[in-house]
Design a protein around this ligand. Structure first.
Ligand code: HMH
Length: 221
């Protein structure tokens, strides 16, 4: 089932939602230099909690890759991503300290709870590797696209936010996202229609959850 370029087809079909996730007013306010710093701090605290929930999800994808993948190099790609997350957690603590935020007892807001709940649902053994790989690719790619916008020529990103934007906007992270996309695409092209449908639903859900996460950070929810 499924012709080539499954993901390209989805990107076209869901381009409006994709645009809302990757060109959110919060991100555009960073890029334009008008970002409200209390929103940025809220985003930083909430994203730290998100990443702590994201690590077990990535571990579950690694576990599925080790059991279900047809290509043994998938494991190294995912493991590399996990290694970066180890470093990322300490980056969050250092960054938060700079902003005077203790990062203890942070209460996850509604959109964050929903997102972490969705990740936990994907950790179930019944959810197939292909669907989780698509979700992993989409989650990482929304951040990569969003923050790379803030690094483009002509952007007015405040200097104190540059490190954050570089974390997800850099070429190495872009390469990681490209690798995830190649794995997801390969799996989708060999998948049955039912699995493709599940994976597409996961892609759409990630986009919705990302929009809500940005909305939450901006303070509009
Ligand atoms: C909400 N989505 C959210 N936070 C992150 N750190 C990532 C994606 C990583 O790409």
């Amino acid at each position: 089932a499924g012709g080539p370029a499954v993901i390209a087809g989805w990107m076209d079909k869901h381009r409006e939602m994709y645009r809302r996730a990757t060109k959110h007013p919060f991100v555009l306010s960073i890029r334009g230099g008008t970002v409200d710093l209390s929103s940025f701090k809220r985003w930083l605290e909430q994203d730290y909690v998100f990443v702590r929930g994201f690590v077990p999800f990535v571990a579950s994808v690694l576990l599925k890759a080790s059991r279900e993948s047809d290509d043994e190099t998938d494991m190294e790609t995912i493991l590399g991503g996990m290694a970066s997350l180890y470093e990322e957690l300490s980056w969050f603590r250092t960054e938060a300290f700079k902003w005077g935020l203790p990062l203890v007892d942070i209460i996850p807001r509604r959109a964050n709870q929903d997102y972490c709940g969705f990740l936990r649902s994907l950790e179930e053994p019944e959810v197939d590797y292909t669907t989780t790989m698509v979700a992993l690719w989409a989650i990482e790619t929304v951040y990569q696209e969003s923050f790379s916008l803030c690094l483009e020529d002509g952007s007015k990103t405040p200097p104190e936010l540059m490190e954050t934007c570089q974390r997800w906007g850099n070429a190495g992270f872009r390469g990681y996202c490209d690798s995830l996309r190649r794995i997801a695409e390969r799996r989708l092209e060999m998948a049955q229609a039912g699995i493709q449908k599940n994976a597409e639903a996961a892609f759409e859900r990630v986009l919705e959850l990302e929009v809500s996460f940005w909305d939450m950070s901006s303070g509009s929810s």
